[in-house]
Every structure is written in structure tokens, then in C-alpha cells.
Design a binder for this molecule. Sequence first.
Ligand code: COA
Length: 160
Amino acid sequence: MKALYPGTFDPITLGHINILEKAANCFDEVILGIAHYTNKQNYFNLDERYALCQEACAHLSNVTVKKFSGMVVDFAKQEDCRIMIRGLRAVSDFEYELSLALTNKKLSQDIETIFLVPSLRYMYLSSSMIRQLAELGGDLHDFVPPGVAHALQLRMKKEG
Ligand code: COA
């Protein structure tokens, strides 16, 4: 069975990869779908996020990285995925995730959302925390893959 793990991945973190590895163990094929349209102002553009995700997922042979624009349910249909994976880190995620899952269910009856829980060490991670840490010159290596740490450091230097 094929599953879609959609998100903004701005940038992808070890927490996302932890969820992705769990999904890759459960499903024959997993598509990591990078959303062009979200309600957020992006830090890395779509192509940058795509390149960073590709590098970070290279060790997972049944994972393919793709970009999508428009609604996630349409992308899932286009890719023939009936399962959508989302990570659930803490109670605070629940309300947003529930409304996203129910909206997607209303838009497409065929698609089921499955929540995976990250390992304890990644429970507290978020992309905005990583961006803040990078801005403050913190050590990123426990939180993001090496390619992402490098990209964040380059970006910080550029912004001076
Ligand atoms: N480890 C670390 N961080 C995690 C995580 C994990 N396992 N799971 C979630 N997060 C963090 C992300 O880093 C992000 O942090 P930030 O807000 O600090 O940047 C946050 O949780 C949520 O990000 P993400 O999981 O990427 O979801 P999202 O809310 O940004 O995007 C989409 C969700 C892409 C699925 C949604 O916006 C979408 O479907 N967009 C397309 C349009 C659409 O169809 N909308 C829905 C119906 S109208």
C-alpha cells in the first residue's frame, strides 16, 4: 500500500525523518509531498525545500519526494494514495490535526489520515524552533540532517 506524508518541511527536521522512517516501515511506498500552498510564510522556497528533503531521504529506498500545489487530497488522488500520514507530537497538535483530517475527509471520503507518534527525543521539535536556533547561532546537528544545518548556516551568513 502507498501512503502520502504531506507537509511544509520548512525545513525538514530529524523529527520529520523519524516519522518518515516509521511510515516507510509500515507501507510499501511513501511519498513525501512538499506543499507549495500553506497558510505560512515560507523561509526556504519550494525548490530549496525539495532539494533538502531529497538529500535527507536518500537512505530510504521506498520513499519518493514530490512537490505539490493545490489541495492535498487532489495530490493524494493523483498519486493513488489512500492513506495520509501526519505526525502527532503533543496534545497541542491535536486540535489542528483533527480539523485538517476532518476537512480532508469531507473533501475526499476515500482518504484516511493515520497519525504516527515520533520517538520521545523528537517530541518537542518544530521547524520554527530550528529556524530560531539557527538565527541565534546554536548547534543544529542534533535536530536536522547535515545538509539542512549547512543550508541554514549559509542563509544566516547571507542575511548577516
Ligand atoms: N517533527 C518535527 N516537527 C514537526 C513534526 C515532526 N514529526 N511534525 C510536525 N512538525 C512541525 C513542523 O515542523 C511545523 O513547524 P512550524 O509550524 O514551527 O514551522 C509544524 O509542525 C506543522 O508543519 P507541517 O507538518 O509541515 O504541516 P503544515 O501545517 O505546515 O502543513 C499541509 C500541512 C501541507 C498538509 C497543509 O498545509 C496542506 O495540506 N496544504 C495544502 C492545501 C490543503 O489541502 N489544505 C487543507 C485543506 S483546505
